[in-house]
Design a protein around this ligand. Sequence first.
Ligand code: ATP
Ligand code: MG
Length: 400
Amino acid sequence: MSAAAAAPQPPRQIKLDPQSELRVEVLPDAPLRVRLISGTAEIFGTELPPEGWVPVPPRSKIAIFTWHGATVELDGVCESEYTSDETPMVIYVNTHAILDARRGAARAATAQGGDLQASQGPRVIVVGPSDSGKSTLCKMLLSWAAKQGWKPTYVDLDIGQGSITIPGCISATPIEKPIDIVDGIPLEMPLAYFYGHPNPSISPDVYKALMKELAQTLETQFSGNAESRAAGMIINTMGWVEGLGYELLLNAIETFKADVVLVLGQEKLWKILKDAVRSKTNINVIKLHKSEGVVPRNSKYRQKARSSRIKEYFYGIANDLAPHSNIVNFSDVSVYKIGSGHQAPRSALPIGAEPVADPTRLVAVNISTDMVHTVLAVSYAKEPDEIISRLSPSYSSSGT
Ligand SMILES: Nc1ncnc2c1ncn2[C@@H]1O[C@H](COP(=O)(O)OP(=O)(O)OP(=O)(O)O)[C@@H](O)[C@H]1O
Ligand SMILES: [Mg+2]
């Protein structure tokens, strides 16, 4: 590994053998760009253009992989850069090929007037512990599918490190072309539900309720769009796979009717999930190797990444958006909190009944200085009780 933090590095050309990759970590504030000199290469499923420099976003950790051999040039300082010829890419692309065949079968079934089940393409959920490469595998599967003309739906259930819109959301969006190396997931048409916290354990029932809403909306969209139904879904999840985290994974598999579960990097999770869905013959639970290139990120890094995603949401990736403030009267807005309903007192309940808090109850919130610098979702609901189903897709930052 050649690492030279912040010391100037001259532009350098690197020759990559077939099926090897150049792994690069970019510093938070030093620009890095890459270009293809010869051959073909891709970054997480998206091909490098044959000509021109591609800027690599600060703080990113990427692999430039080549199937048939390539020479690339790097310009800028890296935190680390090294090449490796041990990658799980062949297994990943074989997985893609199987999914692709299923999409083809679904499309053929649609043409022959097959039922809803037969014309449904694969609903893939990617699970695994933190830093096992889930988000990266999702990107590759989506980009490879888009390259072949499919428009799969990307569903991101990771409220902590989500790649669509702002942290704290679960969301979905169709992927129509390979994911842009710089801009990431396209944000033109996201369907987003605001949970409002990076941790699902704060209110797991609200998290489940939002998953259900998202799944139902997608189901409706699929029923009117045979092409996107045949292309199926790629569902990304968070790295919490124990206890409640595991329970939420099972819930996600059921809610989105996932039929392919890709388990990355943990044999135990694969085994437990396989046993858990044994009674359902139509679910395949597949174990995949984790790439040794995946870079573990500590909580400080994650916190920073979250903050920069919030900033990016308002100011744009290239800092080219200018959010402007709108001043409204307190009396013109109503603010609600979901899921903090107080339990009914025992005295108000029939004898023997246990008080249960309604996890998705709405509580009106008084606007106060405590709300300064919090992000609220703007709902299009006409009535408060519609709020939970209409929490998409725009936000306002209070206190700014
Ligand atoms: N082959 C590779 N070479 C270099 N970096 C990689 C490689 N694969 C993944 N990475 C990087 O490693 C980091 C972690 O990967 P990724 O985000 O896919 O993990 P994850 O399982 O989704 O993590 P989390 O549990 O936090 O969601 C990312 O910054 C990603 O870009
Ligand atoms: Mg992830």
